[in-house]
Design a protein around this ligand. Sequence first.
Ligand SMILES: [Zn+2]
Length: 144
Amino acid sequence: MHGPFPPSLAQAIADAEARAPGEAVSVYLVGADGAWAFRALTNHSRRPLAFELDPLEWVALERAAAPGVCLVHSHVDGPATLSAIDVAAFTVEGRPLLPGLSLVVLALRRGRVVDEARYVFQGRGWSRVGRIDTLSLQSHREVH
Ligand SMILES: [Zn+2]
C-alpha cells in the first residue's frame, strides 16, 4: 500500500532548484510494484506562479492510470500554497483532475526550496495536510 505522497521529495526538490528561476513541474507515479517513480515534466508557461503542462506528457500520465499520482510544482519567490489558478487547473467539475491525485507546492527563495505544502482532495476541494498542528494553533490564536 502507498499513501498519497512519496516517501521522499528529494528528486522533485533537486529538479525545482535546477530549473529555478523557472517554475518546475514534476510527478511521482506509483508503479505496478507499488513503488513511487519520479518523472520531470515540461513547463510551457512563461508567466510567474503558473505552469502549462505539455499535452502529450499529460496524455501519457492519464494513460499510465497509476494508482497514485503526486504532482509537484514550484513557486519561485512565491508562497507554498495552491494559487487560485492551481485550484482551477487541478479541479474538474468538483473532482480532482486525475483519480488518486495529490499535490505538492514547493516555495523557492534565491533558488533554494525553503517550504513545501501538501494537498489531498477531500470532499469538494483541496485540503492542505501535514500542518494540522500549526493550523489549529493559528486558529486558536485568532479566536482568543
Ligand atoms: Zn502553483
